[in-house]
Design a protein around this ligand. Structure first.
Ligand code: PHE
Ligand code: NA
Length: 455
């Protein structure tokens, strides 16, 4: 199976277009909704430290691996892996790794869309002044009212899926670039304003800094470590082929190392700032850091309800959050659609609609897990918790492990060196040692720990 030199779906117009799109994929609900609540659930500092270590040691090298595989293969993850393996004289069974990625994207988007729908539901609430002067209890009951109502969640979930499919139908290279260029800086500014609001709470801001950065390993469980690692994958969009597909549209000359570093730094900054914005509100209002997935919806309205121009900024914030989720959602379906187009001979329209409908249906499980189906449990987890655990904590790290092995062991030294374009110096050797040994071993240790093999 020959490997094309260009993707049939086109290329990014520049290196910046790729950085913007990949940042659009990375920065999303993972940073603003998920990072704060899982940090709260897992005791803060030590969890954050593990997360940061995973970003540096696993995330950056793996992002480079995904981009290089994508750019070398120039097709959907399944075909890219298959044709590279074939070229290197290895088993084409590696394509199944791409298949798992496509499936992971399916599962993630089904709940991602429901949460994005909640962010969307907050846009009219914020603009119309519902949060004006709201108390912590008030904010909690506003969120409860939303999640207790399956019809409303369904309506917003439907709109989000339509928006996402609408873009994917037209091909992701068009439009994504321009919107991300505006959304990201604007989102950054409003988060900074929220951090400023938190800063004014004085002692509670200090308490938050303590919570996020003071390291106390006694608070960290095995599951906490797994969650931190899983989140490093989730937040950087790694382990399922999203970045691989975006890499397949990357022009040959761009430096994979620089773009990976840039994206990872931007993503991490947004997450840490989101933490600094949320926790002062948590502590100042006597809320629990362990409140779970509703955390941002229970806290941010309080800030918007009390700050000058809060009605306006609140509305804008949820619009921006929606856009950030949108650009991530798009990258979650793109691998599936490209696969259906390339391997199943579908048109982009048909492929997008089919995948959209199935993901939309699957989203019902998450919707019901917040209300009618709260008691439907498997292994003690609700359907939403189960999907989240399975994808973020198991499937993404497993995918990442195999991608690292592929880049480090299946691809010959010359192939990856040629594609990375870093020469044969220290930087390249460090990367190769990381993907060959450090990344796989780190992932295996965390898995082994979890199932109690190392105790
Ligand atoms: N990285 C996105 C976020 O943080 C989520 C995502 C995961 C997107 C996996 C694509 C692939 O919100
Ligand atoms: Na992210």
């Amino acid at each position: 199976m020959a490997r094309p030199t260009k993707s049939i779906h086109g290329e990014w117009t520049s290196r910046w277009a790729f950085i913007l799109a990949a940042t659009g994929s990375a920065v999303g609900l993972g940073n603003i909704w998920k990072f704060p609540y899982i940090t709260g659930e897992n005791g803060g500092g030590a969890f954050v430290l593990i997360y940061l270590l995973c970003i540096a040691i696993i995330g950056v090298p793996l992002m480079m691996a995904e981009i290089l595989i994508g750019r070398r293969g120039r097709q959907n993850p399944i075909n890219s892996l298959k044709s590279i393996a074939d070229e290197e004289g290895r088993s084409t069974n590696w394509q199944w790794l791409g298949g798992m990625g496509v499936l992971t994207g399916f599962l993630i988007l089904s709940y991602y869309s429901v949460i994005a729908g909640q962010a969307m539901a907050y846009i009219p609430r914020a603009f119309s002044g519902v949060f004006e002067g709201v108390t912590a209890d008030g904010a909690i009951s506003i969120h409860k009212a939303l999640v207790n109502d399956p019809e409303r969640l369904l309506a917003w979930h439907t709109i989000f899926m339509l928006m996402t499919v609408g873009i994917v139908v037209r091909g992701v290279q068009h439009g994504l670039e321009k919107s991300v260029r505006i959304i990201m800086p604007a989102l950054f500014i409003i988060i900074l304003m929220l951090v400023g609001y938190g800063y004014n709470t004085g002692q509670y801001f200090d308490q938050s800094v303590q919570f996020l950065f003071a390291i106390d390993f006694s608070k960290l469980t095995h599951t906490g470590v797994l969650t931190a690692m899983g989140h490093a994958f989730f937040t950087l969009s790694l382990g399922m082929g999203a970045i691989m597909v975006y890499g397949s549209y990357l022009p040959k000359k761009a430096s994979i190392f620089k773009v990976s570093l840039t994206i990872s730094i931007m993503d991490t900054t947004v997450a840490l700032l989101a933490g600094l914005a949320i926790f002062p509100l948590v502590f100042a209002n006597g809320l629990e850091p362990t409140a779970g997935p509703g955390l941002i919806f229970d806290t941010l309205p309080i800030a918007f309800g009390h700050m000058p121009w809060g009605q306006f900024f609140g509305g804008i914030f949820f619009i921006l959050l929606l856009f950030a989720a949108w650009s991530s959602g798009i990258s979650l379906v793109e691998p599936i659609v490209v696969w259906l187009v390339e391997n199943k001979n579908m048109t982009r329209l048909r492929a997008s609609v089919y995948s959209g409908v199935i993901i939309w249906l699957l989203g019902l499980l998450t919707i019901f897990s917040f209300n009618l189906g709260r008691e439907w449990r498997l292994f003690g987890l609700t359907m939403f918790e189960l999907l989240d655990y399975l994808t973020a904590n198991i499937m993404l790290p497993l995918g990442g492990l195999l991608i690292a092995l592929f880049a480090g062991w299946v691809m010959k030294r010359n192939s990856s060196m040629d594609e990375l374009g870093l020469g044969n110096g220290l930087l390249y050797s460090t990367w190769r040692v990381l993907v060959r040994f450090i990344t796989p071993i780190a992932i295996l240790i965390v898995f082994a720990n979890l199932i109690g093999l190392l105790n």
